[in-house]
Design a protein around this ligand. Structure first.
Ligand SMILES: O=C(O)CCC(=O)C(=O)O
Length: 181
């Protein structure tokens, strides 16, 4: 686990968070089309994508660490979010999710190569068409609270070979979901 992101995952997911799925690579050349925004406070109403704040702490499900491997500057496109939408109590209009209306409320996320962007999958987010002259590259890891799975893969209990090189702390992050005491 990258030491600089660990405190944030512990804060948001609890100390026993687990890698649910990933890494996944997004690569886009100039002119690549975007995708529909997804997530949102109520569109996918299962607890794996819920978000609430209670008694001084955040409770949420699937949480994304997106490592930018190339700069994403103003006007380039790429990762976009609707700020605050993880707390929405009403559905997002589909025209907004298709980036056809209310574009002023959709925030293009700008970051430098090497930055990590952290967000809950409950936040409405997605991909804007890539307009940058360089190739877009981002690496996504998706984490869940220790007791919870989003991806079915967790139940196969097979681990990649590279687990052999991991420290006990790193291996714990690779475990299948269960309540950890
Ligand atoms: O970085 C992006 O283009 C958005 C990724 C995305 O939509 C996701 O993680 O579900």
């Amino acid at each position: 686990m990258h030491s600089s992101v660990k405190p944030y995952l512990e804060e948001v997911l609890g100390k026993q968070y687990r890698l649910d799925h990933g890494p996944g690579l997004i690569a886009m050349e100039k002119g690549t089309e975007g995708g529909t925004l997804h997530g949102g406070g109520i569109e996918r109403p299962n607890f794996s994508e819920a978000y609430f704040f209670k008694y001084g702490r955040i409770y949420t499900g699937l949480t994304v660490i997106e490592y930018m491997l190339a700069d994403e500057g103003p006007g380039d496109g790429g990762l976009a979010i609707i700020p605050g939408s993880h707390k929405a109590n009403l559905p997002c209009p589909s025209s907004m999710k298709r980036y056809e209306q209310y574009q002023n409320l959709v925030l293009e996320v700008n970051a430098k190569a090497g930055d990590a962007v952290i967000f809950t999958e409950t936040l409405t987010h997605g991909t804007l068409p890539w307009k940058g002259s360089h190739q877009r590259r981002a690496l996504l890891y998706k984490f869940s609270p220790g007791f919870q799975a989003y991806s079915a893969g967790a139940h196969q209990i097979t681990y990649p070979d590279y687990i052999e090189d991991m420290s006990p702390e790193q291996r714990a992050v690779m475990e299948a979901p269960h309540i950890r005491h």
